[in-house]
Ligand binder design. Structure first.
Ligand code: SF4
Length: 229
């Protein structure tokens, strides 16, 4: 993995948006943007890689999986314009991290404080499943965010984000023990490193089946608040 090269958020954002490293994902994000969902037929889709979003001074780094086809791949902002984002931002608003309980488009007035949101994969994958080599290609962006943010804690959304975030720390040279994924579990990565809370991903598959309820999600953000120094 290449060492971080970027010095600023602006440069990092430009690099992510311009990235075409993964041919399968570049084709897919553009295909989704071209075909469009009927309800959004009149909208111009973003159709590019989606950079992180949030407070550059954040103490909490939220790491998701990848943009939604008709959410972030349409609107150009993470967790914006789909059911996952609606569930996430209602919770962040209840927890006092967001000024409004919705995230529908890039100019909707949303402001979030003390959290920064990104993902292990910045381009929408077919069937919401990036290949391991695509995540590997994308992890340097997460590494650069970690370096710029120096957050106190990480909240990972879903097991894939959990596994690859920990893998990234190991690639960065940290000797981490084996951690088990479980919703609401808190892990200490080690001295000088952030704490990490694992959460189920707020996908419709989880929230519509009751695997992840609003109460379960609220507990995650309450724990995060409590852990902040
Ligand atoms: S997934 Fe990441 S590395 Fe691959 S093309 Fe998108 S931004 Fe680039």
């Amino acid at each position: 993995m290449a060492a971080p090269q970027n010095q600023t958020w602006e440069v990092l954002t430009q690099e992510i948006v311009a990235c075409r490293r993964c041919p399968r994902l570049v084709n897919w994000r553009e295909e989704v943007a071209r075909v469009r969902r009927r309800a959004y037929r009149d909208q111009e889709y973003w159709g590019k890689a989606v950079p992180g979003f949030g407070d550059p001074e954040a103490r909490i780094h939220i790491v998701g999986l990848a943009p939604g086809a008709h959410g972030a791949n349409r609107t150009g902002r993470v967790f914006t314009g789909d059911g996952s984002g609606a569930f996430l931002f209602r919770a962040l608003h209840r927890a006092g991290f967001a000024n409004q309980p919705y995230s529908v488009h890039r100019d909707d007035g949303l402001a979030i404080k003390d959290v920064f949101i990104s993902a292990v994969c910045r381009c929408v994958p077919p069937n919401n499943r990036p290949d391991p080599d695509e995540i590997e290609a994308c992890l340097p962006f997460l590494r650069e965010e970690i370096t710029l943010l120096k957050a106190q804690g990480i909240v990972v959304l879903g097991k894939i984000a959990f596994d690859h975030t920990l893998r990234l720390y190991r690639q960065m040279g940290y000797d981490l023990p084996k951690f088990i994924f479980g919703h609401g579990m808190v892990h200490s990565l080690g001295p000088g490193l952030p704490w990490l809370i694992a959460s189920y991903h707020p996908s419709l598959q989880n929230t519509q089946t009751g695997k992840l309820t609003e109460a379960m999600f609220d507990e995650v953000w309450e724990k995060a608040r409590t852990l902040l120094r």
